[in-house]
Design a protein around this ligand. Structure first.
Ligand code: HEM
Length: 402
């Protein structure tokens, strides 16, 4: 870390956004928390304390509208950026079909994990890129199967999803090219999904897409625009988040061989351990909101109409909430972290992401002999909001059979 004495809130946020600091933004978050609710020069409010974040996430005077001039206009917005009552209806329509499909999936996910690792089984020393070989293909395969999106189309929608995600990072003044690229990626993804919707309409399947088209509530099924943007949201969430949970978890394990050894002998440790990864090194580092009214908080007032940055990853390391917050404690108790957000927008995919990460990390601990990081820190992806390694090369003495 460079000299940090008296960096302004604006500078601290800029440091978090700098690519050079992607491997370890946490010292900057610690400095931010000295003033847990503070205004930056561009007028956006930065909220970095655990209690303040939790308070705002549960406050009905907060809107999920990020006031981003580049964002699509209301009818094209996903539930992630909508407020009640529209948010609640859309969320209900998704969860009523999504949640029952997740339950009972653990065995299948475990099989997929083993298949992916089987491709690299080796009786001697070898190397694995945990991102490319496991952390990425696992959630992508699962979300494709769930939604009914052909896995072989991955080269198309995988890169579109990535380009769209880059546009999620808060930038004060994006370049023309950035705006155009994000819009193009979004249009192409919507077009791709529209063609798929037409196919499913003609020939419904047993998948979530077909179910979302036909089922509904008193008001009927989801409208065509909502259906498309919901699919984009689920596809992106399936592509760009769990990958980082598995990769960040692997990093934590390999940086602390004692924890790795414990997981190997006690697979049940995976449950609290994954929660600790979600606290200690969360895949979604921040989110955005706006104020629908003047909001008194932490001795200050966020004025109505303000844009707000919610620094989830900073809140997760707040010593006012978690003892010894900078230590990775795999069996930490009372771990109500902010990794999946909170309040009405709490992550819909939490159960699925947890299962995938628990099974992937347990399998790595069980099957890899003497794994070690080839590069520490590994190379990181550009994105600061959905943050994680681009590659995670791991050397091992042996990779045993599943
Ligand atoms: C480790 C993986 C994941 C993490 C860390 C994560 C994190 C989050 C967070 C922090 C939010 C709240 C954002 C906010 O309040 O602004 C959220 C919302 C959401 N997530 Fe996830 N997510 C993950 C995986 C998934 C998966 C696999 C899916 C589904 C396929 C999913 C679907 C959603 C949806 C639909 C929302 C919006 C909910 C709403 O607005 O009511 N997520 N997620």
């Amino acid at each position: 870390m460079t000299t940090t004495a008296r960096l302004s809130p604006t500078d601290l946020f800029a440091q978090v956004m700098r690519y050079e600091n992607r491997p370890d933004p946490y010292p900057y978050y610690a400095l931010m928390r000295e003033r847990p609710v503070v205004r930056m020069d561009n007028g956006t409010w930065l909220v970095s304390g655990y209690h303040e974040i939790a308070q705002l996430l549960h406050d009905p005077r907060i809107s999920a509208d990020r006031l981003n001039p580049q964002a699509p206009k209301p009818p094209q917005r996903s539930l992630l950026v909508q407020d009640p009552p529209r948010h609640d209806r859309l969320r209900r329509l998704v969860t009523q079909e999504f949640v029952p499909r997740i339950t009972g999936m653990r065995d299948h996910i475990a099989e997929l994990v083993d298949q992916l690792l089987d491709a690299h089984t080796s009786s001697g020393p070898g190397q694995l890129d945990v991102v490319a070989d496991l952390a990425y293909p696992l959630p992508v395969t699962v979300i494709c199967e769930l939604l009914g999106v052909p896995r072989e189309d991955e080269p198309v929608f995988g890169s579109l999803s990535r380009r769209l995600t880059l546009a999620l990072d808060p930038v004060d003044s994006p370049t023309e090219e950035q705006i155009r690229d994000a819009q193009q990626a979004r249009d192409q993804l919507l077009e791709y999904l529209e063609a798929l919707i037409q196919r499913r309409r003609a020939e419904p399947g047993d998948d979530l897409l077909s179910a979302l088209m036909s089922s509904g509530d008193d008001e009927g099924p989801m409208g065509p625009v909502d259906l498309r943007v919901t699919l984009v949201l689920l596809l992106i969430a399936g592509h760009e988040t769990t990958v980082n949970l598995i990769a960040n978890g692997t990093l934590a394990l390999l940086r602390d061989p004692g924890v790795l050894a414990r997981l190997r002998t006690d697979p049940d440790l995976a449950t609290p351990l994954v929660e600790e990864v979600l606290r200690y090194d969360p895949p979604v580092q921040m989110s955005g909101r706006s104020a629908l009214a003047d909001i008194d908080i932490a001795g200050t007032t966020i004025p109505k109409g303000s844009r707000i940055r919610i620094m989830l990853a900073a809140g997760n390391r707040d010593h006012r909430r978690f003892p010894d917050p900078d230590r990775f404690v795999p069996d930490r108790r009372d771990n109500t972290h902010l990794g999946f957000g909170g309040g009405i927008h709490y992550c819909v995919g939490a159960t699925l992401a947890r299962a995938e990460a628990q099974l992937a990390l347990t399998a790595l601990a069980r099957r890899l002999e003497a794994p070690r990081l080839v590069a520490d820190p590994p190379p990181y992806r550009e994105n600061a909001t959905l943050r994680g390694p681009e590659h995670l090369p791991v050397a091992f003495d042996r990779l045993t059979n599943g």
